[in-house]
Design a protein around this ligand. Sequence first.
Ligand code: GLY
Length: 694
Amino acid sequence: MNANELRKTYIEYFGAKNHEIKKSFSLIPDDPSLLFTVAGMVPFKNYFLGKAPLVFTRAVSCQKCIRTNDIENVGRTRRHHTFFEMLGNFSFGDYFKEETIKWAWEFLTEIIKLPKNRLYVTVFTEDDEAYDIWKDKIKVPEDRIFRLGKETNFWEMGTVGPCGYCSEIYFDLEGGEKGRVSAEDIEKNDDRFLEIWNLVFTQFDKKEDGTLGELAQKNIDTGMGLERLAAVSQGVYSNFESDLFMPIINDAAKRTNKKYGEDEKTDVSLRVIADHCRGVVFLIGDGVLPSNEGRGYVLRRIIRRAVRHGRLLGLKKLFFSEIVPVVTHIMEEAYPEISERKDYISDIIKMEEEKFGETMDKGMEILEREIETMKKEGVQELSGAVLFKLYDTFGFPAEITEEILEENGMSADRKGFDEAMEKQREKAKAAWKGFNAELAEKIPADVIEKTGITEFMGYCVLYDEGCKVLGITGNGKELVSAEKGKKVEVILDKTPFYAESGGQSGDTGILKGEGFEIRIDDTQKFDQRHIHIGEVAVGTVKKGDLARAVVDEERRKAVMKNHTATHLLHSALRRILGNHVEQAGSYVGSERLRFDFTHFAQLTGKELDAVEAMVNEWVQESGEIEIEEMEFSKAKEKGAIALFDEKYGEKVRAVSVKDISMELCGGTHIKNTGQIGFFKITGAGSTAAGIRRI
Ligand code: GLY
């Protein structure tokens, strides 16, 4: 059977057994503990845990998955992949071991007709129940049933979550009549014995501290890689020789005037390109864009690894983006949306290919020279500094450099790399926090040094008494005093004035003291000082004076409404367009808000209407805004949207509206969404490929 038929046959088989047929969910899970969807059961996690009401108790799906734990092996073996599809049938407190085993066996031996004498099964060492079902009910001869330990027969999703003992079905690639097979053969000889189906009896919930809690209900989670099934069903040894991959490999081979199967080194590169093109197509199709962090970094790494293997095959021109239509053609029956997005996907790959292509040859030259020198000098390990330079200047993901070194029997100083990276992050962070080019011109460095960090009072109050004037500047000079008409910048020891950051504009208002009044038109941040920018309106202000700081309340309240509305908009976009939506910039003023985010297509009128309606519904629900300080890790665990993947300081500020939104945010917010009154989208557009603006 071809892969399309296998996928369909599987879904229909379980559909006929009253399983709810679910379309594949996104590769980006609705689960902050995971980077990607790694198994068919991931989208059903809350059903297993009994946290979501069960509208059905059986489900079947063919789920898109990405696993990235051993990318460096992809291409070198017959069956490592980044992207793969997992066929799975699930029971949430419905059927258990007996039906699962019976149906799996029937599907393999009677529906797709794999020969019984090439199948072997395993059970967890102590699982007599599963053993007996295989032996007595299915009548599998005992010399084909093996008991294996936790290593192979215990399945878990990640470090936490639903998990359990499993029973696995293996296919003998070399034929059934080759003498006695042992448990060790099954466990170790994966060239011959291919695990095709994993039946997990999901009974436990693994906790953060490693302990196993019993789930309230007994569940079933099965996983069968479509690529493996296609290979055995089509009588080929390697997943790459199935109809899911061969057309891609052939297309890439044609571009290089090479043939698959003639030279192992060439084959490795062709397999890398074929696998990675699938992964990249689906990642970009689900809204991931290349970047230096999180999912975007994984995507970048995959694209660059493929481009490098293209170079190894002599492909100098852009080629990777051109293979996209071959992938979308193979996959469009099951994933029509991929074909719809193929031009967009090609464009994103092309940009990344061009960017890396420009610096890659230069970087390769440096690395090759370095390897030569190391060989001469008998050095084994590339320094962290060079590893970092290749990353930072030439765009080589550290893992790719390490892979090249490994091909030469060498390694790299990863610790040194991490240190260099950390140093650069610190530098960037300091620059980001402190640097404001315009203010740097206006305020002499020694004024900054003489004044301390400003204490911000404006989360709770909009005016404050007794704020001490620590510094005054005007025309780029420090002033001891300033009189009526003078344009000034004022630094206080404490202030209710919010300084522009995180998209929220700075406050305006008045500083009033004995014999003076200063009109404040803007507040900016400079090296953790709030800089009040304005003009002396009455009298003379002197350094050391005390002032009453009064924020323009009406304006600030309007800003707060827009800021809370920005969070609601972000949440609505994620719900309507998908979890790939990430904030890419914002402006929050008193008169309007503007929001930039990642998404692959222009929003349709219908989508815009839906977003607007959803936000307005939340406004009308008058949900309370809760603000809480907590550890970064705790906030992420609770599902907060964090703009950056890095570690924040010890404590973060989580702004949430119950069941609607939770973001890490330093801005100021209203108390209740009802205060927003009404939300209206006045315009939608795009600022760059993949970045939309509302
Ligand atoms: N969830 C079962 C598997 O991934 O094998």
